[in-house]
Design a protein around this ligand. Structure first.
Ligand code: SF4
Ligand code: SF4
Length: 187
């Protein structure tokens, strides 16, 4: 029969030697590859003891910010939920009552605010859509859990603390966001 190409290779059918039958050359070659990688720079880190350095504008888990006086900035307008391509954000709005002015900045606030971290693709569109500078992405990583329900972050996981040491610094993302806006206005 005529060959279709001239790239065919004739494989010899010679008997294996005793060493080949005992896998000695194959084991030595495998150990050689292991030794070669043993002295190479490791491409993994021993997380969580060691952490990689991320980009200053890395998009990690979200934070809901408070204003300077400690009141929640979010006014439950829903724009972040509309902008979210993964439909990861849900919320329930409520009306601020008399005496709650120090808790919520505006007359309407989010009584329930949830982000499903299993749906989130960390695109940052919620942050861009927010007119109140209430939601930001931080460089913090979402930890691993065994239960799916644990990935649904409520306000207890999202709203930053009132004390100065519990505030989350979002200045780098804010700077990036401000510059993004000016770039879009003056392309
Ligand atoms: S980062 Fe993107 S996917 Fe995640 S909640 Fe925000 S808009 Fe949705
Ligand atoms: S986080 Fe911002 S966009 Fe989302 S509901 Fe609150 S104020 Fe509106």
């Amino acid at each position: 029969m005529q060959k279709l190409t001239n790239r065919s290779k004739v494989v010899s059918q010679k008997d294996m030697s005793f060493l080949e039958k005992a896998y000695v050359p194959a084991i030595l070659s495998g150990m050689g590859i292991t030794l070669k990688h043993f002295f190479k720079k490791k491409s993994t880190v021993a997380y969580p003891e060691q952490e990689r350095s991320f980009s200053p504008v890395y998009r990690g888990r979200h934070v809901l910010k408070r204003d300077d006086k400690g009141a929640e900035r979010c006014t439950a307008c829903g724009l972040c939920a509309v902008a979210c391509p993964a439909e990861a954000i849900t919320m329930t709005a409520a009306e601020r009552q008399k005496g709650e002015e120090s808790l919520y900045r505006e007359e309407k606030y989010a009584a329930v605010y949830e982000i499903n971290m299993l749906r989130c693709i960390f695109c940052g569109l919620c942050e861009e859509a927010c007119p109140k500078e209430a939601i930001f992405l931080t460089p913090n990583i979402t930890p691993a859990y065994y239960d799916r329900q644990d990935f649904v972050y409520g306000k207890d996981m999202l709203v930053e603390g009132i004390a100065p040491e519990d505030r989350v610094d979002v200045s780098k993302r804010q700077f990036w966001r401000d510059n993004l806006e000016s770039t879009q206005k003056n392309p």
